[in-house]
Write a protein that binds this ligand. Structure first.
Ligand code: SF4
Length: 421
């Protein structure tokens, strides 16, 4: 659901991401449970598996132990329970997983520990238990503050439940809350998006993620839009108005855009997601989770039985494994880094790959700089606000130049993150 297309770019905000995190890993834990599949969702998640929650939690714990035995006792800077709907797990289940994480890894004292949640599934007792287990950031999938639109996309909650969820989370002690919002929904107009934004901002979250809906083939929403059974998606002009509103309203409320779809109050950027955008190491455990550790890429089976079977046998054995070529990593570094308003770390690029960004893409960098779409400071190469608007075009130019030079043959890059709530 996350899109590359949107965002205008602002000044790079200060980042809570510190140099020392380069020496650490991030841990992603996938919880593939949902009450019911949303109409637009193609994520690895299942409804009707609640009875198997315990069994799944035990499988994840086995995998954490096996991965730690394989990779050693690493220092962990961020933990992210993504889904699916992690808030379908009880406080005791999250506590057990965190206990195993701490038993196997050195979790930094100031680690960011996030849990995604669906507003229709929160419970005060569980929230307090998550907090006591060390979870210090809650990311709520609110998507819209319009009940009709929520129903149209198959969400299980109402706008009022989203408001109540934020109030409940605050009461349970969460001081760092993200709200995920989605725009470009069938039949949605700019006024409706403005109302959603205003209501969400009114809840005073520390962080907002605003994604435009991407219709994924094979989802019920894709079929109904194409069959004309529901309202059409907003046109390009409406989407542009929605983009402008997003920037205007978030900025006016004190949020800085630090990534194409993400906005944060000072020092409240999501450290876990910055790890992905900076291409730093992460270990993904759970069904379908992807990892990038010690320059090795691997991923777990996305089918329930296969995952349980894997953890029952040799949990370090995965479905897909392979390294990524230097060229692919270079392109990925640019593609992910340019999503951030602060851009790509040029010195680190040179250190890691033994060449400068300008030497790999001389034509594109010169051309984009001439067109004022790209700029640089002494440390980073970044897109200008105008460049952020046409990010896909910039990436295509980078890829074409790499292809022309024969340094880039194919991409393994999937910009879609491994989570949604
Ligand atoms: S969008 Fe989120 S809540 Fe809805 S089915 Fe997919 S993973 Fe579950």
């Amino acid at each position: 659901m996350k899109s590359l297309r949107r965002g205008l770019g602002t000044q790079s905000p200060t980042s809570p991401f510190r140099e020392e995190y380069m020496e650490t890993i991030s841990l992603y834990i996938h919880i593939p449970l949902c009450v019911k599949k949303c109409a637009y969702c193609d994520f690895a998640s299942f409804s009707g598996r609640m009875a198997q929650r315990d069994c799944y939690v035990q499988a994840v714990c086995r995998e954490i132990r096996a991965q730690a035995a394989f990779f050693g006792r690493r220092r962990v800077a961020t933990v992210f329970f993504g889904g699916g709907t992690p808030t379908l797990l009880s406080g005791a289940q999250i506590t057990e997983m965190m206990r195993v994480v701490r038993e196997c890894f050195d979790v930094l004292p100031d680690a960011e520990i996030t849990m995604e949640g669906n507003p229709g599934t929160l419970d005060m007792e569980n929230l307090r238990a998550y907090r006591a287990a060390g979870v210090n950031r809650l990311s709520l999938g609110v998507q819209s503050m319009d009940d009709k639109l929520l129903a149209a996309i198959g969400r299980i909650h109402t706008a009022k439940e989203a408001e109540d969820a934020v109030a409940m989370a605050r009461k349970a002690g969460f001081e760092n809350i993200n709200l995920d919002l989605m725009y470009g929904l069938p039949g949605q107009n700019a006024i409706q998006w403005k109302e959603t934004l205003q209501k969400a901002i009114g809840l005073a979250p520390e962080h907002l993620s605003c994604y435009s809906l991407i219709l994924e083939e094979g989802t019920p929403l894709y079929d109904s839009v194409n069959a004309g059974e529901c309202a059409p998606l907003p046109d390009e002009e409406t989407m542009e108005s929605m983009d402008a509103l997003t920037l205007e309203l978030t900025a006016a409320a004190g949020y800085s855009q630090y990534e194409v779809s993400n906005y944060a109050k000072p020092d409240r950027q999501c450290r876990h997601n910055i790890v992905y955008w900076e291409c730093l190491p992460y270990l993904g455990v759970g069904l379908g989770a992807h990892s990038d550790m010690d320059r090795r890429r691997f991923y777990n089976p996305a089918e329930w039985e296969s995952y349980l079977q894997m953890t029952g046998n040799d949990a370090a054995q995965r479905k897909g494994e392979g390294s990524c070529s230097q060229q692919e990593r270079m392109f990925e570094r640019m593609m992910m880094g340019l999503r951030q308003t602060r851009g790509v770390d040029a010195a680190r690029f040179e250190r890691d790959f033994g060449c400068t960004i300008e030497s790999v893409w001389p034509e594109t960098i010169a051309q984009m700089t001439r067109k004022k779409l790209m700029t640089s400071n002494k440390e980073r190469i970044l897109l200008t606000p105008r460049g952020m608007q046409v990010m896909n075009g910039v990436l295509v130019s980078l890829m074409e130049e790499a292809e022309k030079q024969g340094i880039y043959e194919k991409t393994l890059i999937d910009s879609k993150p491994q989570t949604d709530d």
